[in-house]
Design a protein around this ligand. Structure first.
Ligand code: FEO
Length: 385
């Protein structure tokens, strides 16, 4: 894959991974990107996952020909990108490894001391001249780990963006949903808690003339960059991306499911866009993504052990730990003898900013009846209004 005349892609595609980062299903695989900048000096941008060392080194050798790299730039120490630092240095022991102070602390924690490694510790804003290309390192702490830095090549106007602007999915599989769906699930799943830090990075990026974004996952972005930057601005500022209702439910015997589906039907009949998830059976990160995508959220669940049904409890934790805010929430609770889930769910959002609860809360006693159906209609009207 060509990036520019001097920048080559040497990443790999992973079709074996069962759960990315130990929790995310990736039905279209995963890409671990790595790049080479060919100049008077040669820089390699990051390595790849541990299972792809040989393939990556072969990709690298094919691009290098009879030359050798001068630098390995480590933008992020998470092992999906750093696992082959040792094998790289085995092949190219004279290369200088570039990172910041935290990079090298984490490197030693993961891979042990390497006294023969030549290292260069850079500061935020420091530049490295390769000849024609001048690279500037911009620290991006917590997007997604504290040592993360991104790199701007002012010659080709390329931003190497680390995990930022990444997505789930291998690069050799076409994604029929386009970029946004799996990029959004990736962003909110992995970086979503760090909106403030992502906003800081976007502000730094706004001062740069960027024509190409090279993330560590997913495709190289070279057209319509305003679209991708705009999406990241919305996501990281917790602004709903579009009007719509995310309905997330759990159901033990199907009665709460019936209420959730009835509400979806009522809302759709009013022209409202609806996404509905069974939190026990559907992909939870997809439901998290939908909750952040739309401006309204309906939580429907049962009281369980005098608390909230477990999958719903976990779902709300996923939202609140990612600083869920700026949304309207409606509650549907079900309980046969002492329904308390509604009150407890509301309490879980106590520390969340700018949350409005609908006036209507629907309480179901075991199964829908005329009263609770009427309440659902009232809720649909309120949500659609
Ligand atoms: Fe792709 Fe945070 O590692």
């Amino acid at each position: 894959m060509r990036v520019t005349d001097d920048i080559k892609y040497v990443g790999v595609n992973d079709h074996q991974v069962d759960l990315f980062e130990g929790q995310y299903v990736v039905p279209r695989g995963m890409a671990y990107n790595s790049y080479v900048i060919l100049d008077e000096k040669i820089a390699v941008m990051d390595t790849v996952d541990q299972h792809f060392g040989e393939e990556w080194l072969a990709n690298l050798a094919a691009v290098l020909g009879d030359r050798k790299p001068d630098y390995l730039i480590v933008q992020h120490m998470e092992p999906d990108h750093s696992a082959n630092i040792t094998s790289f240095l085995g092949a190219y022991p004279d290369a200088v490894v570039i990172g910041n102070a935290k990079t090298f602390t984490f490197m030693e924690q993961f891979y042990g001391k390497n006294p023969s490694m030549k290292k260069q510790i850079v500061k935020n804003g420091e530049e490295l001249c390769l000849g024609k290309h001048v690279l500037k390192f911009v620290f991006a702490p917590m997007v997604h780990w504290p040592e993360v830095m991104v790199t701007y090549d002012s010659t080709d106007k390329v931003l190497f963006s680390a995990d930022g602007f990444g997505k789930f999915g291998a690069n050799d599989v076409e994604d029929p949903e386009g970029w946004a769906c799996e990029a959004r699930r990736y962003y909110f799943g992995i970086v979503g808690k760090y909106g403030l830090q992502t906003q800081k990075l976007l502000k730094a990026a706004a001062g740069l003339d960027i024509q190409v974004i090279c993330p560590l996952h997913g495709p190289v972005l070279s057209e319509d960059l305003g679209y991708y930057l705009g999406m990241y601005d919305k996501w990281s500022s917790y602004t709903p991306e579009e009007p719509g209702v995310c309905i997330a439910y759990t159901s033990v015997y199907g009665h709460t499911k019936a209420a959730a589906e009835k509400l979806a039907e009522l809302l759709r009949a009013k022209g409202v866009k609806v996404a509905i998830s069974d939190l026990a059976r559907d992909d939870m990160p997809e439901a998290v993504e939908d909750a952040f995508r739309y401006d309204r959220l309906v939580l429907a669940t049962t009281t369980y052990n005098n608390g909230i049904f477990p999958f719903m409890h976990t779902f709300i934790e996923h939202l609140t730990e990612r600083e869920y805010q700026n949304r309207t929430i409606a509650i549907i609770e079900n309980g046969t003898w002492a329904p308390v889930a509604g009150k407890l769910m509301k309490a879980m959002f106590e520390k969340s900013k700018n949350i409005t609860f609908t006036e209507t809360t629907v309480t179901i006693k075991s199964a829908l009846n005329a009263d609770s159906e009427a309440a659902l209609e009232k809720l649909a009207e309120e949500l659609a209004g």
